[in-house]
Design a protein around this ligand. Sequence first.
Ligand code: SF4
Length: 463
Amino acid sequence: MLDRQSATDSISHREFRSDEFWREIPEWKDVSREDFGSHLWQAKNSIRKLAQVKEVLGARVDDSFIEDIGAAFRIAPMNVRITPYVFSLIDWDNPTDDPLRKQFLPIASQMLPDHPYYLADSLYEDVDSPVPMLTHRYPDKVLFLPLTTCPVYCSYCTRSRIIGGSTESVEKDTYGPNPKNWEAAFEYLRKTPQIEDVVISGGDAYNLPTKYIQLIGETLLEIPHIKRLRYATKGIAVLPQKILTDDAWVNALTTVHKKGRALGKQVVIHTHFSSPREITEWSQKAMERLFSEGVTVRNQAVLQDGVNNDPEIMIRMTKQISYMNIQPYYVYIHDMVPGCEHLRTTVGEGIEIEKHVRGTTAGFNVPTFVCDAPAGGGKRHVASAEYYDQENGISVWQAPEVKPNELFLYFDPIHRLNPDAQTRWQDATARRELVRSAVNQVNPDLSDEQRDKIGQRLEGIVK
Ligand code: SF4
């Protein structure tokens, strides 16, 4: 690992891994560069089952590690799906500590009980949904979810309630792309003139077939008041080969982009690198193609324990994606969703890391660290909590232009607090008192109705 000064001053972020790293995986040692570079080969050989993990690794890891993965399969809310690209970037000599393995292939021995106040739909996307597949929270922006599958499944997914199919522990209503089901969303957008901005997510826009990339893009561009489209995909980070070899898909995207430009509208990609270890020459080449087509790409990362919660790593990633012409946009404090307590960090840690990243490069390339306030407060700058009891890990947020007169609470992971605070959290009465006190610090005069609104999701604790 780089020391901090060298992370800031180094020019090593301009170097991109170009070796044939997949040959370290016994099953893929004879796979040619051409095959490995094909998005079809990547999709076909993606890892989805425990038996495949065993098969491709052979004797690279011991049986107890495989059993640990198998135990996680039984309790994790996300299914496993990993492209060979990501799978072979994992350091299989030390998979326990590897940041890529942690993001995509959980092991039961690292998982922790969920926080008492976790929410399956932490961001209230379903609550703020006027019609199926659409979330409308901010006045001029909507989130459109035309499908709920992805090229990889991330352990930290904020939509684990619907993404990637049912698991042994969670029943889900996962759905694929079907234009008939999108008409209600399109109709809502046509008749809601304040909306200017549509995020096309999911799931992952990478899994939208070519014809639907174009259909969705062109349908939305035809709506006069819609000015900005963002296709959201983790694909550039986990399957850059698609940008390089799926010409039809890329052409559909660039066609929509060109039509948008002709109409004076933005069509961009939002992607999702969370670790510099995800970046190779494949990523750089994919970005060269998109950049040459004039497509703007922005990045949204999730702050995760043991993955990127370190200033040097975040500085490195910020500089490297900037060098590839990706604009660092957001770093999210991990949402309070189930099955990933071991990956969450504290709000305080986010504040500290942002301080270090700021000043290492041009301001427009410094990502904004945000907490997406649970229960639909929306993204708030990480240092803008109305009140933060750092010892007990309770922050209280307001969103005056999104949901006036409401308070939103985020809770740091209990295992990251000091032992006394951890003990307080074990006691139901004590933790209610902590929360009540935090709420009263911000507004002791809340009405019963306002308290009920907070209390409904926190066991009625704030009265
Ligand atoms: S790519 Fe996005 S939607 Fe898909 S599993 Fe990962 S975080 Fe969730």
